[in-house]
Write a protein that binds this ligand. Structure first.
Ligand code: GTP
Ligand code: MG
Length: 555
């Protein structure tokens, strides 16, 4: 087995910015070495946002001469970096060194004159590049190299897992292939920046921040883009001239509740995206949800976007998960594999319903890692005790204080391998007293459930709430059955030792569809998979059919 990769000695990306596979020149330096302090979440967000504001997106002809293209754009100032990707055509993301280069570029661009249609002349940073004399130029253009924005196919994943050296290697490889790349992260911040430009038409000081898996270190290529429209003046330096006995306030419209204010704001922004937003399609205003949102597709980036406002606690949850993800390299490797496992067995779904969510699964992994001996992750309460005055944070009466400084948290002395942790995760939840106990990452110990919901995971910041209230008894039963079966499969692998690998093994084996049908699962009968069944499964993966059980596309 490979050595266990500890906190400060982990393979590939780690620490403050964990989204890259390789660091392209000129990208934000966030540090992954021993001696470099790990960046705070807020610092990463600030740098990335500023980087996005200097960046443009260009829809290019399918064949383009990269050198000439860059020379043409450099007229407006030096370029920090760029990359191409394919979506509905070829796109270039170009980051200038200075923001005024973007203004210079915009100054020389005109809105198109169309035939029968009319253009809405909204001047964004998303452009269309045409060749002046296409027929003479196209044949001589070399193809540009494009970056990949999609997760690996099931076939590719199977190959990676099949040829890995050990189960630890399988989990680390899966993480490396599925995690957000540097380019994909840039595209996410750029998309938020575009939406911010549109929202700024109404709210000039607003910020649109990504949250959820795009930034919490647990994002998989293909995951949705959660955005938070921040209109709050909180934290901004007041420039009020406090001379005299006067206090000036804005005249505003009043509505009966915060919720109604949120709905009204999102409704207007939704209309704006629909009518003015280049590339924003399929706008749905879901304003009666518990957390009102506007959902839409950003066609050029291919992201499914959920825009919310007045949702500051979710931003805090993202920061907390970021810290947990950065503390120990085993956390992300385990979470990615558990998420893939749940998806492969249809325990999670892109359709809302009685299923468990990726957010809940992440909480379950964190809780499990807090329960190891010695613990791999600290409890939220202990992160709170490490907080100093500037970390103090109360949102809507909820205490959301915890340290933001990763360097203050002592690394764990636990050296368990990923192989062991994966098996133990399945064993732990295969035997967890879900009917009696609640999962609670604040205290890191089981608590009596306060109500009868089949799965109770305490919301870490709004502690009277259950983040998995939607999960049905049958879904939790399915989870338990599959966890037991997976523990059993890994145990068999272990007992049989390093046999010639004629069948899917380790992680690949637990991602395959259950070999016992759902009826026999509930009666707890377990059969060793027959060689014929396994052969068929192997063939089905190799043929990469659309029904492929390893299909991991999220949305
Ligand atoms: P993906 O499935 O990869 O999109 O994971 P995600 O973490 O981004 O989940 P999702 O898009 O469903 O939600 C975005 C964020 O909203 C999460 O990261 C949480 O911070 C928050 N969130 C989601 N569901 C809940 C919930 O039930 N309760 C609370 N308090 N927050 C939630
Ligand atoms: Mg999400």
């Amino acid at each position: 087995l490979r050595p266990v990769f500890r906190r400060l000695n982990c393979p590939g990306p780690v620490a403050a910015d964990l989204s890259r596979e390789e660091q392209p020149p000129g990208s934000v330096e966030t540090g992954s070495e021993d001696k470099i302090p790990k960046k705070r979440f807020s610092e990463v967000q600030k740098e990335r946002r500023e980087q996005a504001q200097r960046t443009v997106l260009i829809h290019c002809p399918n064949k383009i001469n990269e050198r000439k293209f860059l020379k043409y754009l450099s007229q407006h100032g030096p370029i920090n970096n760029h990359f191409f990707y394919e979506g509905f055509g070829l796109y270039a993301v170009v980051e200038f060194c200075r923001k005024d280069s973007v203004y210079s570029l915009q100054g020389g661009i005109h809105t198109p004159s169309l035939g029968t249609e009319a253009a809405i002349p909204f001047k964004s940073r998303f452009f269309n590049l045409k060749l002046k004399n296409p027929s003479s130029q196209i044949s001589e253009q070399p193809c540009v190299e494009t970056t990949n924005q999609l997760p690996p196919s099931s076939k590719k994943l199977f190959e990676i897992l099949y040829y890995a050296e050990s189960i630890d290697d399988q989990l680390n490889s899966l993480l490396r292939k599925f995690q957000l790349t540097e380019e994909n992260t840039k595209l996410r911040y750029l998309t938020c920046s575009f939406i911010e430009d549109i929202a700024a038409a109404y709210f000039p000081d607003c910020t649109v921040r990504p949250f959820g898996s795009s930034v919490n270190t647990f994002g998989k290529l293909g995951c949705d883009l959660d955005m938070f429209l921040d209109l709050d003046e909180f934290g901004k330096v007041s420039t009020n001239k406090n001379v005299g006995n006067f206090l000036m306030e804005y005249q505003v419209k009043n509505v009966p509740s915060e919720r109604i204010a949120t709905q009204k704001i999102l409704s207007v922004i939704g209309e704006c995206l629909d009518h003015l937003g280049p590339g924003c399609v399929g706008i749905q205003k879901i304003l009666n949800a518990r957390c009102p949102l506007v959902r839409f597709s950003h066609q050029p980036s291919g992201f499914q976007c959920d825009l919310t406002t007045n949702n500051r606690i979710a931003l805090k949850s993202s920061e907390l998960l970021y810290i947990y993800g950065a503390l120990d390299s085993r956390v992300r490797a385990l979470v990615f594999s558990v998420r893939c496992w749940a998806r492969a067995h249809s325990l999670t779904s892109s359709i809302p319903g009685a299923w468990i969510t990726n957010f809940s699964l992440t909480m379950m992994v964190i809780f499990f890692l807090q329960r190891r001996s010695p613990p791999i992750l600290p409890t939220l309460d202990s992160l709170k005790t490490l907080a100093d005055a500037e970390d103090k944070c109360i949102i809507e009466g909820n205490n959301c204080t915890f340290t933001h400084d990763l360097n203050k948290i002592k690394p764990s002395g636990n050296t368990e391998t990923l192989e062991l942790l994966l098996k133990e995760f399945f064993e732990y939840y295969g035997n967890f007293a879900f009917s009696k106990n609640s999962i609670n990452i604040r205290q890191g110990k089981e608590q009596n459930k306060p109500d009868s919901s089949p799965l109770h995971i305490q919301n870490p910041f709004e502690t009277s709430l259950n983040i998995s209230k939607n999960v049905s008894q049958s879904q939790i039963q399915k989870f338990v059955d599959l966890a037991r079966e997976s523990a059993w499969i890994l145990e068999q692998d272990n007992k049989n030792g390093p046999s010639p690998r004629i069948r899917p093994w380790g992680l690949a084996a637990v991602l395959l569809p259950s070999v016992v049908n759902s009826k026999s699962l509930t009666t707890k009968k377990r059969k060793k998979p027959g060689s014929e069944t396994v052969k068929n499964l192997l063939e089905s993966i190799k043929s990469n059919s659309t029904e492929n059980p390893l299909s991991t596309n999220e949305k």
